[in-house]
Design a protein around this ligand. Structure first.
Ligand code: SF4
Length: 511
């Protein structure tokens, strides 16, 4: 093979060498029943036609490349937001390896979670013994302050009952009676990571508030639930900064910004930051609970509401009007005025949008991702004068689609937008092949659409595997809006440069 100690090269270069090319060709001919290039091209072209689009959209019994992850991944993410909390997933080991690697690849940080390692015998006879051994080992080996339990498909299919298993674990001494073990059943054949986040967070609140008999004594403090957010490292810090500027007393219910951003200083931190259990207990006495992502907290919000708190929810407050609405709600509830420093930030964002408006006006963009992200992103696109072509969310429902259509109806830029709830990325490929956009906004999974259709991908939501450190910068609030604006502009101007690079007419120094 052409790689030697004198000639080392990256695989992208190495695999283009004739030796490797011949090997690939021989493998293809021997094992892959190859069709001719002409036939492959013919089918490829057909899959980009209106005829194929109609067949593809009629598909009901198969999902191809869904833009969502499974429930326990969201539960592991939610659990990581609490001080000293170890996520334990009752089920198969491979699932947990997937959750951990998914989070680690996005955040470029280790993601700690343990599994009860169910195999074939547990699938037949039940995972009871695995659970008892697993929870005891996890506590003794990793010294958590709390273990948050969720489930994989296997445990759900056989009907393992977490509540009874946890009671047994306590009675047999696998965990002490007073050791906190919140839990959530997270069957992945229903919902998505967003559902898993919701039910796990609800489980943590139930665990902390259970048994408190006193009537809540609300002060002026508020609770904030960030929701499942791949940009949580930057966004949670930005939320804190804005609320500190306002002088608001608050608790973030679940904060992963430290555990997914630990420093390299010689010390491994399995647990870092996060909301303490005591803070969660005190959160019961808050005046109100605000969810930054409505679709991530449908079940959870019932708890604060049940103890008399005011609850409000938003859709990922990105851009000017959404940040305005969020800050005004905080101000209204707490009585704290919006300070001049934030008003200045608002003005600067509006100024930046105005400065660059001519590059964005009328651009056609498609958006996909979680329901709240797509809503928040679309709202900001409309503010910027961008025309959303397709808005797609695999893990959204008809109610979301209705809300989206109401949002779009309120803007002249949204009149022709098509909303797709419950559709996957293979649907999106057909949609974009027949009704193209100038740019695609989503996560790294849109890369194959970019490659196939030549539509530039702008990465702005979880998961981002093939670019680094975006999550360290906020996308929420006015500062976050500025960051998103610059990301969109960079993509647009890079494309202008790319398209004009071969002539001397418009390859300009100043844009
Ligand atoms: S969908 Fe089910 S089997 Fe697949 S990773 Fe998720 S929990 Fe495991």
């Amino acid at each position: 093979m052409p790689q030697t100690t004198d000639r080392e090269c990256d695989h992208a270069t190495l695999f283009r060498d004739p030796d490797y090319q011949q090997m690939f060709e021989a493998k293809r001919n021997a094992f892959e029943c190859p069709h001719s290039q002409e036939r492959v091209q013919e089918i490829s072209d057909w899959t980009k036609s209106w005829d194929y689009r109609e067949k593809n959209l009629a598909r009901t019994a198969l999902v191809v490349n869904p833009a969502k992850a499974c429930q326990p991944l969201g539960a592991v993410f939610a659990a990581a937001g609490f001080d000293g909390c170890l996520p334990l997933v009752h089920g198969s080991q491979g699932c947990v390896a997937y959750f951990r690697s998914h989070l680690a690849r996005h955040f470029k940080e280790p993601s700690s979670a343990v599994s009860t390692s169910m195999t074939e015998d547990a699938a037949v006879f039940g995972g009871h013994n695995n659970f008892l051994d697993g929870i005891q080992n996890a506590r003794e080996l990793y010294s958590p302050k709390m273990i948050a339990v969720s489930t994989t498909c296997m445990a759900e299919v056989i009907g393992d009952d977490l509540n009874s298993y946890i009671q047994t674990a306590r009675s047999k001494g696998a965990v002490p009676e007073d050791f906190p073990v919140p839990y959530a059943h997270t069957p992945s054949f229903y919902g998505s990571h967003v559902t898993g986040y919701d039910v796990m967070l609800k489980g943590v609140l139930e665990e902390a508030w259970d048994g408190i008999e006193d009537a809540p004594s609300p002060g002026s403090a508020i609770n904030l639930i960030p929701g499942f957010d791949g940009y949580a490292v930057g966004n949670n810090r930005e939320l804190r900064r804005m609320l500190d500027l306002m002088g608001v007393s608050y608790t973030l219910l679940g904060d992963v910004s430290e555990v997914f951003d630990t420093p390299t200083d010689g010390e491994f931190r399995m647990y870092a930051g996060g909301t303490t259990l005591e803070e969660v207990r005190q959160a019961r006495d808050a005046k109100a609970t605000l969810s930054l992502q409505q679709w991530c907290t449908e079940k959870t919000l019932a708890l604060p509401k049940g103890v008399g708190q005011e609850t409000r929810s938003f859709h990922y407050p990105m851009g000017v009007s959404a940040t305005d609405a969020f800050l005004m709600a905080v101000s209204e509830i707490t009585g704290q005025p919006i300070p001049e420093a934030l008003e200045l930030e608002r003005g600067r964002l509006v100024d930046a949008m105005t400065d660059s408006q001519h590059w964005l006006h009328g651009k056609r963009m498609a958006v996909y991702g979680d329901p709240d992200f797509v809503y928040g992103m679309t709202r900001f696109l409309l503010e910027l004068g961008i025309e959303p072509v397709h808005c797609l969310s695999t893990n959204a429902n008809k109610k979301w689609a209705k809300e989206m259509r109401a949002l779009l109806a309120g803007s002249s830029f949204g009149q022709a937008t098509q909303v797709w709830a419950g559709r996957d990325l293979w649907h999106l490929r057909s949609l974009l092949a027949t009704e193209p956009a100038d740019f695609l906004i989503g996560n790294s999974h849109g890369k194959s659409i970019q490659q196939d259709l030549g539509i530039p991908l702008i990465r702005l939501t979880f998961p981002i595997f093939d670019r680094h450190h975006h999550h360290r910068f906020p996308t929420l609030g006015y500062q976050g809006g500025l960051r998103v604006l610059v990301t969109l502009l960079d993509a647009v101007l890079d494309e202008v440069d790319r398209k004009t690079a071969d002539n001397s007419i418009s390859y300009d120094l100043t844009r």
